[in-house]
Design a protein around this ligand. Structure first.
Ligand SMILES: [Zn+2]
Length: 590
């Protein structure tokens, strides 16, 4: 319903615009035609048409479209939130009429508003209040950081985030093998330290005791309690096993939920994003978001995927049906986030064949296929888009099979998404394009995982791993994001990773699996137009073109040009401003 509604809405607007054009007679909605110099004098040009006033003209800019690349024009005219014309320098003077507003961008680059197609806004906003362990050099350093944090800590539970054993230096790059080291510094304080990917956590003995986890506790469905050779829990919990402990952590109060949401929204806007697809909102998060949106215009648009953890909440949201363009067109709720497997770093990703570095393991399915199918059918029947986390080649195949079954049964499941689509078997690669499945991928995952991906997968399976270029060439739509807070929210780091497949330091030379790199324009398209397709909004957003909404990101330089010449320059770009519907974005008051 909402898809039709939004498309009809777009067409409705077009009719009005066409009517105005018929009267004004200056510009055409045909993008090619409008980019040509305006021929001859006209009677009622748009610049004088009172129906379009006031017009804002952003000029002195380098304009980079997601399809056509750098445009010959240097200015764009905006009326009622939409781009109505692209202008050359020589045309500007005629637009200087009473009421029109000129903004000189001083040579900055304007790209379509950057979108993060997969991030966790509240998780991002909560970062500043969690003990950050991403920089820990090894397990000893991690415990030392916990110990010094505790000097001033007052809470009932110690919560940390971001550790990654694969980054640790020295010989022990393995998951913790016992809770004892953590116990020594935390003593009786229950402690829960989530791994960087959010798919594993290390709990101390006090936390395990609160959860009642003992040697005989069975693994829950879709999770694993890692154990030592004696069968004792090591404190490391994978996927659904995390909730055995986390459900004992006092839930965030409404004030904290709102604070985290607000901080996350502002962080995303500051990074130059105009839209974020939130990959799984629960009851408290959605309530916080809607409350903030009711109080003031949000600094980004949020495309909500509903979390499935709370069945009653989900049922209630599904019953409301998809809701498009709430709160000044800033919030859309029309997708559901499902999970098929875990993550590769903790070997929770479901593979068709065993891990190359753990021959006894093929990972795990977080949701049983029959259960996933039931959830997917229910969400699709309610008119919601399906966005399913799938990392390993087995998980991806199961989800593609599921989508194929739904689509061929005529179930309304338009544009289903594979969230991550990280490792695909070669046979499955072309199926995305064939079935119209969106590949929602995160370029910085590749440049973080490249350190150990080959160890986990072996060289043969890398053919379908992080295979952006193969997927693109097969005709699949790529929608890029960050998965923040797993990776930084900064889309410039994503663009850089997409065009280089290198670390920020430029390693490895030439890039990891370099044939899968994207051009600057292809990468920009995945962060703009591709993401718009993934949210049914390509009629409205994702391009610098007349007729599109003026969602814009203003950068200190041109990332597409830099990608070709000096990609590291992308990391040094600054975000000068963002615009949503032609209005300069201001952060929410903190
Ligand atoms: Zn995620």
């Amino acid at each position: 319903m909402s898809e039709q509604k939004s498309i009809r809405g777009a067409f409705g607007f077009l009719y009005i615009l066409i009517a105005i054009v018929a009267v004004g007679g200056l510009f055409s909605l045909d993008q090619e035609a409008s980019s040509r110099p305006t021929p001859g004098p006209k009677k009622r040009p748009a610049r004088l048409n009172p129906a379009l006033a006031p017009i804002t003209i952003l000029h002195g800019a380098v304009l980079v479209d997601s399809i056509r690349g750098r445009l010959p024009q240097t200015a764009l005219a905006i009326s009622k939130g939409r781009i109505i014309a692209l202008l050359r320098d020589s045309e500007l003077e005629t637009w200087r009429v009473a009421g029109n507003r000129f903004v000189d961008l001083g040579g900055a680059t304007v790209v379509p508003g950057l979108v993060d197609a997969h991030a966790h806004i509240a998780g991002l906003g909560a970062q500043s209040e969690l003990l950050q362990l991403g920089d820990a050099e090894d397990i000893f350093d991690l415990c030392a950081r916990v110990e010094s944090h505790l000097v001033t800590f007052k809470g009932a539970w110690l919560l940390g985030r971001g550790w990654d054993q694969s980054k640790w230096t020295g010989p022990r790059r393995t998951l913790p093998s016992s809770p004892r080291m953590l116990d020594q510094v935390t003593r009786e304080l229950p402690s829960f330290l989530v791994r960087v990917d959010g798919h594993a956590a290390w709990a101390n003995s006090a936390a395990l005791a609160r959860a009642g986890i003992v040697a005989s506790t069975p693994d829950p469905k879709g999770g694993k309690i890692l154990r030592d050779s004696q069968g004792q829990a090591t404190g490391v919990l994978l996927d659904t096993a995390m909730s055995l402990v986390s459900r004992h952590i006092p839930t965030k109060d409404a004030a904290a939920a709102k604070r985290h949401m607000l901080q996350g929204l502002n962080a995303a806007a500051k990074a130059g994003l105009t839209t974020v697809h939130d990959a799984g909102m629960g009851r408290g998060e959605l309530a916080a978001l809607l409350q903030l949106a009711a109080e003031a215009p949000l600094p980004i648009r949020v495309y909500v995927m509903l979390g499935t953890g709370d069945a009653a909440f989900l049922d209630q949201q599904l019953a409301l049906g998809p809701r498009v363009g709430l709160h000044g067109d800033r919030v859309t709720i029309r997708a559901v986030k499902l999970f098929q497997d875990g993550a590769m770093g903790s070997r929770g990703a479901a593979l068709l064949q065993p891990y190359s570095d753990a021959k006894d393991s093929r990972g795990l399915l977080v949701t049983a296929p029959a259960e996933l199918e039931a959830r997917a059918k229910k969400a699709a029947a309610a008119g919601f888009q399906l966005c399913t986390h799938a990392i390993g080649d087995r998980a991806n195949r199961l989800v593609i099979d599921l989508y194929q079954r739904l689509l061929s049964a005529g179930i309304r499941a338009a544009r289903p998404r594979l969230e991550h689509a990280q490792v695909l078997s070669p046979e499955d690669l072309p199926r995305l394009a064939k079935l119209g499945i969106i590949a929602s991928m995160q370029p910085t995952h590749a440049t973080s995982d490249m350190r150990w991906a080959e160890a986990r997968l072996g060289s043969a399976r890398l053919f379908g791993a992080y295979a952006w270029q193969r997927l693109r060439q097969s005709g699949a739509v790529l929608a890029f994001g960050s998965d923040a807070p797993v990776e930084p929210i900064d889309p410039l780091q994503g663009l850089y990773a997409a065009v280089t497949r290198q670390s920020k330091a430029g390693e490895p030379t030439g890039g990891w699996l370099p044939e899968q790199r994207l051009s600057g324009l292809q990468a920009l398209a995945a962060f703009t137009r591709g993401a718009a397709v993934a949210s049914f909004e390509e009629q409205e957003r994702g391009r610098i073109a007349p007729g599109q909404l003026a969602d814009l990101t203003v950068l200190s330089g041109d990332p597409v040009a830099l990608a070709a010449r000096q990609p590291q320059g992308i990391l040094g770009l600054r975000v000068a401003a963002t615009y949503i519907r032609g209005e300069l974005v201001k952060p929410l008051a903190e």
